[in-house]
Design a protein around this ligand. Structure first.
Ligand SMILES: Cc1ncc(COP(=O)(O)O)c(C=O)c1O
Length: 388
């Protein structure tokens, strides 16, 4: 049986796009134009474009037309994963796909590009982010129950970078970090890169088993607890208020830093206050815009405890990529952001374990213009791609 006309057309256009005969960015004819050109009904032309869009080959821009997508970037995510079949639901990654989202972003980005300020945006930015951006992030976080001072905020390249910065600024090789037995794989990758000693804690429907956590903390120096109290990845749970209070008590009792990953917190309706609202002095709160606005922006924020931050009028060092004349003494770590922030390791109440690699010196990394902290020779841990 002959393939329907619309299917033949979809196949022909798909083949032209895949072979590069139709280059990324090419504007395709309007639905009417395609209908006239191919001698088909307009409704069939619409169906053709819908099928191509579902295959990730074209994108439709309201008011502008249909464009060939850059197929080097698979639809939905740019990480190197096979694109799943078009009739399957891809559970590899979570990303926002709200109707109209791209149009809203297009408008906003045009506004940015058209503003007189573009030149300054294309220059090196202050390491922690521009003061006005940190102030608007502080306002945004107020809606999530936090009330940080903009000086506590670092703008980072996504939550994964925020976690990396947090680890580099506050922990060292060999440090024990308690994590849920089932946790975000991106944190495990970081732990491996930075040689943290992960201590799994059994999980209950209400979050980590806090009795088990307390027992572990009593028996080992747990430097930090990595937790996702509001919409856990992958379990999806929200830790109730009483459990949060107890978690904070345990962290205080044993001098552990709380690393609160709130990447999905925006999805929870009326959750209890974030840990960073109740215990801002011992919590680093990490979140970003990948899950609610666009993964490609890769914008994240870290809210650090006030006593670990330098005030904004303090000098913030040379831009990234500028060779440093001498290695800094600050333990704050190898990312642009962390270097300027001067986070301090808390004068811990818990005895620290002997560090397995105490050498915190900086060396220029040949593969990057930015000097990175290394333990021996050049080991350049890059921020791993997250899964989730
Ligand atoms: C729990 C969690 N934290 C952090 C991240 C990293 O987010 P980003 O894309 O902002 O780096 C993810 C991404 O999937 C995540 O699921």
């Amino acid at each position: 049986m002959a393939a329907p006309r619309y299917k033949t057309l979809v196949d022909a256009l798909a083949s032209d796009i895949r072979s590069g005969r139709l280059a990324a960015g090419t504007r395709l004819p309007t639905h009417r134009g395609l209908a006239a050109q191919e001698g088909i009904a307009v409704v069939t032309a619409t169906r053709v474009y819908a099928a191509l869009e579902a295959m990730g080959l074209v994108s439709r821009e309201q008011g502008r037309g249909t464009f060939v997508r850059d197929i080097a970037v698979p639809a939905g995510h740019g990480i190197d994963l096979q694109v799943v079949a078009t009739d399957a639901v891809d559970l590899n990654f979570n990303y926002p796909s709200l109707p109209g989202q791209a149009d809203l972003l297009r408008q906003a980005l045009r506004g940015v590009a058209g503003s007189g300020d573009l030149d300054s945006l294309l220059s090196y930015q202050p390491h922690r982010g521009r003061p006005q951006d940190r102030a608007s992030i502080a306002r945004h976080l107020r809606r999530r129950g936090l009330s940080p001072d903009p000086d506590q905020i670092l703008v980072v390249n996504g939550a994964q970078h925020g976690l990396a910065v947090t680890v580099m600024a506050t922990l060292g090789a060999g440090d024990v970090v308690a994590v849920d037995a089932l946790t975000y794989p991106g944190f495990k990758v970081l732990a491996e890169a930075f040689r943290l000693d992960l201590q799994p804690i059994p999980v209950t429907p209400d979050g980590p088993d806090l009795d088990a956590l307390a027992r572990v903390c009593a028996s080992r120096p747990v430097r930090a607890i990595y937790t996702m109290p509001t919409l856990h990845n992958p379990l999806g749970g929200v830790m109730p208020a009483a459990e949060r209070t107890r978690l904070i008590e345990i962290a205080r009792q044993y001098g552990s830093l709380l690393i609160e990953d709130a990447s999905y917190a925006y999805l929870a309706e009326d959750p209890p206050p974030p840990l960073a609202a109740t215990a801002p002095d011992i919590t680093v709160h990490v979140t970003g815009l990948s899950k609610n606005i666009a993964t490609g922006l890769r914008v994240g924020f870290v809210v650090a405890p006030p006593h670990r931050c330098r005030r904004s009028n303090a000098p913030s060092g040379p831009p990234s990529g500028t060779p440093r004349p001498s290695p800094p003494r600050s333990p704050a770590a190898g990312s642009t952001t962390a270097r300027s922030t001067s986070w301090r390791r808390a004068s811990g109440t818990t005895p620290r374990p002997a560090r397995r690699s105490p050498d915190r010196s900086w060396r220029a990394c040949p593969s990057s213009a930015t000097p990175r902290r290394t333990s021996s020779g050049c080991r350049c841990p890059t921020t791993p791609a997250p899964t989730g």
